[in-house]
Design a binder for this molecule. Structure first.
Ligand code: IMP
Length: 423
């Protein structure tokens, strides 16, 4: 029996999709545990690119049952578009399941997210996918879940209740047009039929699978530093990307977890607002952005780029309890004489190796760097650790030692085959 968690170790976009695809080879179930259509996971197989937002990317493996577990929030419109695209690419969706406890992202959630983000003050730089408002309704206990969608009368009651609270905000706070109950119910009734074949009791499905010795993989979205509690609040998402979130989001007990894989880029990126100590505003940053194609899968936004921040990564290793690390996009760093890695912060005159998650304080931190020798060779064709140039190997060993976590997978390009497994 194994239950593996795959967690983003930075601010999201660590190429988790590729690592999930690799580890899903030995899984029977792949369950997405948090976030919603704000996520974008890209997987390239034999020259075909698949883009996932809600469906677990593990579905590409024919033995896998892919589960959208209860910690996820599901936007029905985005889901319909994604299903159609995957169907067109020939992906077998009969192995998809959706938890009946999944909360639905509604048109009013998207609208509220957009309206809030259009205010100049306090902007978070969200994906405008309605994520925050959906989780807010969940916490306020007025959310609408998949189980509600399956019964019309129950659905009408739930939606009526939430519109009584949300419509006045839409109208009076933001001066926008309220949502009409009847139109919304008609739209939802159509989606109910789209979802019905996939609905399941996700915690029972996964607990039974574990008891029968079936290997499970839990697929995270976003990253540790975007966690609602452990990230750089308020510049975070509204769910729990951390490993503990995998238990909350799936119902799998913490003592069942056997491996916790952190996925980190060989440098750092961030999308949206918020402090970023190692951010580069120069031509080096430009070069990394272009070589790494650092533009969002979901929004197309240019990502902010910086040197590898080991202070932040060590925090992620500790918060999540990483047993393994996967290092991605190492090929992007080829061609630099030297590479900087941040090994401490200076904050209010003191040096520290402890990450400061408080956004206000983090913005005051000065990164302190160690310079390592770079390598000039193109490494995208390397398939074993020993084929990597010596300085690339040193770079990896430096990370392992700092984090006290072994690097077990190295990605040197987007293709499935551009992967090095470290013995
Ligand atoms: P939200 O999740 O759309 O509410 O956005 C909150 C913050 O999380 C913003 O800074 C977003 O840019 C960031 N974010 C959300 N999803 C992702 C992702 O998949 N990758 C990277 N950043 C993300």
């Amino acid at each position: 029996m194994s239950a593996i968690v795959v967690v983003g170790a930075q601010w999201g976009d660590e190429a988790k999709g590729k690592i999930v695809d690799l580890l899903a080879q030995r899984a029977r179930y792949v369950a997405r545990y948090a976030g919603g259509s704000n996520a974008g996971h890209t997987v390239c197989v034999h020259g075909t690119t698949y883009k996932f937002h809600l469906v677990p990317s593990g579905i590409l493996h024919p033995q896998v049952t892919a589960v959208i577990a209860d910690g996820v929030v599901l936007d029905l419109r985005a889901f319909e578009i994604e299903l159609a695209a995957l169907q067109q690419q020939g992906v077998d969706l009969s192995r998809l399941r959706i938890g009946q406890g999944v909360h639905l992202t509604m048109p009013y959630h998207r609208l509220l997210d957009e309206l809030e983000e259009s205010q100049v003050e306090g902007r978070i730089g969200t994906t405008k996918r309605g994520i925050g408002p959906t989780y807010a309704d969940k916490a306020w206990r007025i959310g609408v879940r998949v189980a509600d969608l399956m019964e019309r009368e129950r659905l009408v009651q739930r939606v009526q209740r939430v519109l009584r609270r949300r419509n006045p905000t839409i109208e009076r706070v933001y001066g926008a047009k309220p949502i009409t109950l009847d139109t919304l119910i008609e739209e939802l009734a159509r989606y109910a039929e789209l979802l019905r074949p996939y609905v399941c009791d996700a915690p029972h499905l996964l607990m039974n699978a574990l008891e029968q010795g079936e290997p499970i993989l839990m697929e995270g979205a976003q990253g540790t530093l975007l966690d609602l509690d452990y990230g750089t609040y308020p510049y975070v998402t509204s769910s729990h990307p951390v490993a503990a979130g995998a238990c909350l989001g799936t119902g799998v007990a913490p003592n069942r977890l056997t491996e916790i894989w952190g996925v980190a880029k060989a440098y750092t990126t961030r999308v949206g607002e918020g402090p970023f100590p190692t951010e580069l505003h120069d031509t080096i940053g430009e070069r990394i952005r272009n070589r790494g194609r650092e533009y969002g899968t979901t929004t197309g936004r240019a990502r902010r780029v910086g040197w590898l921040d080991l202070v932040a990564l060590r925090y992620a290793a500790r918060v999540n309890g990483f047993t393994h690390l996967a290092l991605t996009l190492l090929d992007v760093l080829s061609g630099f004489e030297t590479l900087k890695v941040c090994t401490a912060y200076r904050w209010r005159g003191k040096e520290t190796r402890e990450f400061i998650a408080d956004a206000h304080q983090l913005a005051q931190c000065e990164p302190l760097y160690t310079e390592l020798d770079g390598w000039m060779e193109d490494i995208s064709g390397c398939r074993t650790f020993d084929e990597l140039p010596p300085n690339a190997r040193r770079y990896i060993h430096f990370i392992e030692e700092y984090l006290n976590t072994p690097v077990k997978v190295i990605s040197v390009g987007p293709g499935r085959e551009q992967t090095i497994l470290v013995e």
